[in-house]
Unconditional design. Sequence first.
Length: 335
Amino acid sequence: MNLFELTRALVDIESITDNEERVGEFLFERLQSTASQYGGSIEKMPVADRRFNVFAYWGEPTVTFSTHIDTVPPFFESREDDDYIWGRGACDTKGIISAMIHAVEGLLASGVRNLGLLFVVGEERNSVGAYTASKTPRGSKFLINGEPTENKLALGSKGALRYEIVAKGRMAHSAYPELGESAIEKLLDALHGLRKVRLPHDPVLGQSTMNIGTLSGGRAPNVIPDAAKAEIFIRLVDDGHATRAAVQSAVAAFAEAVEVLCIPAVRLGSLEGFDTTIVSYTTDIPAFGGAWGKPFLCGPGTIHVAHTTEERVPKRQLVEAVKLYQRIARDLLEV
């Protein structure tokens, strides 16, 4: 398959987080012939029941290309026009996978070795595939991670801090509210306090931001609610220590702040002669913990259409990405 055909084939395999098996099998089969043709090896790295990472390598990998194979819901199939390939995962990250495979195959055909391809599960939820891979490093000195950066090298990426804000109350008939205790009112007070928290600013990464993503609670309009919960997501620009303390302080009088995930912000590698950017999203890079080498981040497409019904990747950027990845790999292999 050519670059565009492979991108569409990958998009058309539904691989919402926890359901990556089919796309993993597709990639394993696709890379088996490349491994055989150029004297490489390929393996499945078990992660959980019916979930695995795919790792192919040629020689002792000095440079490893990596991205994730899962997507967010809802799934929708690919389509194509003169300028774009559309569909769930087109830019996040099925097009990136296709570009990485074609880049590596081109390098191998020209005699370059000491390369790896590592495709992992679970990035969209908890980076379980990257955390698993971090426990079994293979000596790689550099990790080229793929996320949509419009083919610019990202100098840094924000971290992630997720909480469940849980409030408890006491049920009662709504005609006699004095006999109950409203968990929803407590939750609202907790969220009011959270919205007053002054979040950090970083001169490179910019402003830390908070999103109140979900709200749930109550049983009926005529019942004083005994339980309520909100999920919040904070984009970190530092290690998160000060923000964690501020969150706990803001909600302590009204609810419990249950930490779900904390990934610190990261500064990333740069190379001379490449366009650069800063990204506000979180990647698998912190989960790798440096076990697969010094990280670099770049890929075709824009994050602004990822996770939307308008997700797409420019064909022009896919073609550029193949050359970009090859250029980065050659530069790093000479270090």
